[in-house]
Design a binder for this molecule. Structure first.
Ligand code: IFM
Length: 460
């Protein structure tokens, strides 16, 4: 028996502006921190950049036609802030907005529901130069003005707006960098703008990114159409219980609330968790009156990006009630150093978010994996490992829905192969293969699987 999803469940795919568009200076666009970061030798594998990427800026019509042919019901894309405000603030650039109007109209004509993300990391360089990016309140305020402007201009066409993508990734990896074990050695991974702040300053950046989100929600409510729906997309830290005993499930719940202390917990509770705050010692953010009210502004949905478990936990006789379980070095991974394989994350993530905060609607705003995809002799791409991953992930998600998690749709990362940040162009996440020399698109086996699954609203 195929596992069928609830009626109306959205089968979607996702991308982001810098990763696919190319054309970094077209039609009045200002530079972003990613344009600058990629120019520094050594920052990106093979010295690559998103300068061309998959040239979606010029090919969006045929790309949307392909998505339609694959049966995509909803498409999550991001708007490049420096296309709309080349300077980050001040005078908008009508040509930049026009690109997104044309894209959205094309999606609507194809019967695809657009979900627009306002910030997927390509901060206007001008805000980095003037304010150190998200280190200063001025950037959060400029973000709210940009959000309000986009809502005013686009909410007649786009009903679903996502404020910020993956707070934890762009803040922690952009303003501190993280150490990661890769192939037996420790490497430091850094995203744009590539800073290495002290813990206290980093705590403030986290807070101001949250504030940007909250002020943007308020601006969208004030300037967008009444039916506009808004939420964040966070790469939630998922705690998987080592076994589903009541004690271990309670431990995983407590661990999730704590581990998401910097971002999701305050957004959904309107306050920082006191145990998490206490653990930060003197490295707590400076909070001004009104900040927490904005940060906790009511949401219409919660977007979760889930690829893997953050930790495994078991119950512990202690005040906090949980302990992490060491991950075995032989634990299988997908084709990214960070991508621990366990589809259970797709069950426990939505399930525990639902237990903890009862959001009305959850979207899986990203899930997917990289794979070593190459064209076969007949021009086919047999990404059997991705197929295995996606099937298993959707089976776990189906179980979460059956157990009450209100997941209304899933967006596979990614629609197309694209520029995978510091990993460059060769780390392929797409369901559609892209030949970067010729820009030819080829749906992979996983795209055909998607098509059948979406058509039948079940796991094919
Ligand atoms: O490519 C990224 C995306 O931009 C944010 N989420 C994770 C993806 C895969 O690493």
């Amino acid at each position: 028996m195929p596992l069928r999803f609830p009626e109306g469940f959205l089968w979607g795919m996702a991308t982001s502006a810098y990763q696919i568009e190319g054309s970094p200076a077209a039609d009045g666009k200002g530079p972003s921190i990613w344009d600058s970061f990629c120019k520094v030798p050594g920052n990106i594998r093979n010295g690559e950049s998103g300068d061309v990427a998959i040239d979606h800026y010029h090919r969006f019509q045929s790309d949307v036609a392909l998505l339609r042919d694959l049966g995509v019901e909803a498409y999550r894309f991001s708007i490049s802030w420096p296309r709309i405000f080349p300077d980050g603030d001040g005078e908008p650039n009508p040509a930049g907005l026009d690109f997104y109007i044309r894209l959205v109209d094309c999606l609507l004509e194809a019967g695809i529901r657009p979900f627009a993300t306002l910030y997927h990391w390509d901060l206007p360089q001008s805000l980095q130069d003037r304010f150190g990016g998200w280190q200063r309140r001025e950037t959060a305020e400029a973000f709210a003005r940009y959000a309000g402007y986009v809502a005013r201009k686009l909410s007649d066409r786009v009903r679903d707006i996502i404020t910020i993508n993956e707070f934890r990734s762009f803040v922690d990896m952009g303003y501190r960098g993280v150490e990661m074990a890769v192939g037996g050695r420790t490497v430091r991974i850094s995203l744009a703008p590539g800073l290495a702040l002290e813990p206290k300053a980093l705590a403030q950046v986290r807070h101001l990114a949250l504030l940007g989100h909250g002020l943007a929600v308020q601006a969208i409510r004030a300037e967008g159409r009444a039916e506009t729906r808004v939420g964040p997309a966070e790469n939630v830290e998922v705690a998987v219980p080592v076994s589903a005993t009541p004690a271990n499930i309670a431990a995983a719940r407590a661990a999730m609330r704590y581990l998401n202390g910097p971002f999701l917990t305050p957004m959904l509770e309107g306050a920082y968790d006191s145990a998490w705050l206490a653990a930060q010692g003197e490295n707590t953010p400076e909070v001004q009156p009104g900040d927490m009210e904005a940060i906790g502004a009511p949401l219409d949905f919660v977007g979760l990006n889930i690829y893997r478990p953050a930790i495994y936990v078991m119950a512990e006789e202690s005040a906090r009630g949980w302990q992490p379980v060491r991950i075995n070095p032989s634990h299988p991974k997908m084709d990214s150093a960070w991508h621990l394989l366990d589809p259970e994350a797709l069950y426990w993530g939505p399930r525990l978010v639902h237990d903890l905060w009862q959001p009305e609607i959850i979207y899986l705003t990203e899930n997917g994996c990289a794979a070593k995809d190459a064209l076969g002799a007949e021009g086919e791409v047999h990404d059997t490992d991705r197929l295995m991953y996606l099937r298993a992930a959707m089976t776990a998600l189906h179980r979460a829905i059956a157990d009450g998690a209100p997941v209304a749709g899933n967006f596979f990362w990614s629609a197309f192969d694209n520029f995978e940040w510091t990993d460059g162009l060769q780390r392929r996440f797409g369901l559609v293969h892209v030949d970067y020399e010729t820009q030819v698109r080829t749906p992979k086996l996983s795209a055909h699987w998607f098509c059948e699954s979406a058509r039948t609203n079940s796991i094919a």
